[in-house]
Ligand binder design. Structure first.
Ligand code: IPE
Ligand code: IPE
Ligand code: MG
Length: 230
């Protein structure tokens, strides 16, 4: 079976999950953390090399300040609390996005987790925070200009992305039934297989991930070419 090397997830639907239960939206985000924990563990067990999850977009600042604050506090608290488990499970964790927009105390906590797990050899978990696909490309172009480079090709351009070691995403999962990319990893999604499910993120389970992967393994990826037998 040809498992995906890199799975991306747009973890959407936390707010609706909470609203349906008459709870404040932040409860949905908390439930989303629990769902993520199980998925990280499951990807580790399956031997998936890379998992990249979208936790906070450059556009999410448009939300009310109290929700933004709640999400960022939850992110920081989770990173701190889950560090022992990440170490135990050999998960290398890193954060991707314009982290310089965050207050120093948040950055310090995220950096600590990143440093502490950097030599782990299991799953590479990349958490996209204050991340935008367009920002990533614009930041790459600015690094290229800053280095005085006058010409790039696709291979050399890739070296200026936030994490050049991240391969293209093989399988992208989006929960909550929205049929859009919402500015996630525009460069790395060029030939990605998509799996869109109506399940709200807090209800997403390892079993559903297995179904998404099973479906992926049956797909024929052609990259613009023709199938082998033709
Ligand atoms: C995804 O859930 C989490 C973030 C974007 C931070 P939402 O908060 O977008 O939940 P819905 O889409 O409003 O249900
Ligand atoms: C995408 O979800 C971003 C994250 C999951 C972090 P949104 O809820 O922000 O996306 P839109 O607004 O529905 O496109
Ligand atoms: Mg949403």
């Amino acid at each position: 079976m040809n498992l995906p090397t890199h799975i991306g997830i747009i973890m959407d639907g936390n707010g609706r999950w909470a609203q349906r239960r008459g709870l404040p939206r932040v409860e949905g985000h908390k439930a989303g953390v629990t769902a993520l924990e199980k998925i990280v563990e499951h990807c580790g067990k399956l031997g998936i090399p890379y998992l990249t999850v979208f936790a906070f977009s450059t556009e999410n600042w448009r939300r009310p300040a109290h929700e933004v604050r709640a999400i960022l506090n939850l992110l920081t608290k989770t990173a701190q609390e889950k560090l022992p488990k990440l170490l135990e499970n050999n998960v290398q964790t890193r954060f991707m996005g314009r982290l310089d927009r965050f207050p120093i105390w948040i950055r310090r906590h995220l950096r600590k987790v990143q440093e502490a797990t950097k030599n782990n050899t299991g799953l590479i978990l990349t958490v996209a925070v204050n991340y935008g696909g367009r920002s990533e490309i614009v930041d790459a172009v600015n690094k290229i200009l800053h280095n005085g480079i006058r010409k790039v090709d696709e291979e050399s351009f890739r070296r200026f992305l936030y994490y050049p070691d991240l391969p293209d995403i093989d399988l992208l999962i989006r929960t909550s039934g929205e049929f859009r990319i919402s500015n996630f990893m525009l460069w790395q999604l060029a030939y990605t297989e998509l799996w869109i499910t109506p399940t709200l993120w807090p209800d997403f389970t390892p079993e559903e991930l297995d179904r998404a992967i099973a479906d992926y393994t049956k797909r024929e990826r052609r990259y613009g070419g023709l199938i082998q037998s033709q």
